[in-house]
Design a protein around this ligand. Structure first.
Ligand code: NI
Length: 236
């Protein structure tokens, strides 16, 4: 279901590009986004959390915006309805370890266990194959990237929402720094971050931005996601 909707999206985007003019497609056939199209990816870490994640899903649905959720494995069981909803509503679901374990400087077996346990929970609940990884704090041990058999996602805009817990400050920090193809970091466990996210969607949609998942953002930029690679923006 989620996979299919991504392809429908990519194919319709490619069809739209072909109408724009042949200069949008370089000789190697990789589609570039025409200057007029602005795509951005909202990403939410540390959930799901009842009371905030569900309100966010309602708001995103109302606005036709897609996002990416990097989930803490041990929070999935009590919130499986919210996780199922994410997938059903076209959001990308990803892995943020089982217990928010940092993956830098820890034994490889510990890192693998934290990642695999969440992946197993997601596979049991949803029918997807691969769940992309956002390592807590955005880091894994240098040289160990290849230990993870999925693409990894960092970010390019960090409003430090966990620190200020102030919707207005978070909104401003994002609006000052966002560009086409930005990957924005937020946490759906704070009511203030949900408020900020929905304001950002309203404002940026008015400016012509489209909210897509990280996977869609990469494909739209002609980037083929690779396992063991860390992506910071839609440009890869
Ligand atoms: Ni986190």
């Amino acid at each position: 279901m989620a996979k299919k909707s991504i392809w429908v999206f990519v194919l319709s985007a490619l069809a739209a590009l072909s109408l724009v003019g042949s200069e949008a497609v370089p000789a190697d056939g990789v589609a570039e986004i025409p200057a007029g199209e602005k795509y951005v990816a909202l990403t939410f870490d540390d959930g799901p959390r009842r009371g905030t994640t569900d309100r966010l899903l309602d708001g995103l649905k109302e606005r036709g915006a897609k996002a990416t959720f990097f989930l803490i494995g041990k929070q999935i069981g009590d919130n499986s309805d919210l996780v199922a909803r994410m997938a059903e509503e076209g959001h990308q679901v990803g892995n943020h370890t089982w217990s928010h374990q940092g993956l830098e400087g820890v034994p490889a077996a510990v890192a693998a266990g934290e990642v695999e346990r969440t992946e197993a929970a997601l596979k049991a609940l949803l029918s997807g194959e691969k769940y992309w990884l956002r390592p807590p704090y955005g880091q894994v041990t240098a040289g160990a990237e290849g230990n993870f058999d999925v693409p990894m996602v960092k970010w390019s805009v960090d409003p430090r929402d966990w620190e200020s817990r102030d919707a207005e400050k978070v909104t401003q920090a994002i609006l000052e720094n966002v560009k086409p193809n930005s990957i924005i970091l937020l946490h759906d466990i704070y009511p203030t971050s949900v408020d900020a996210a929905l304001k950002i969607v309203d404002q940026l949609q008015e400016e012509g931005y489209w909210f897509v998942t990280v996977e869609e953002l990469l494909w739209l930029n002609g980037v083929k996601p690779e396992a063991g690679e860390m992506y910071r923006t839609g440009k890869g």
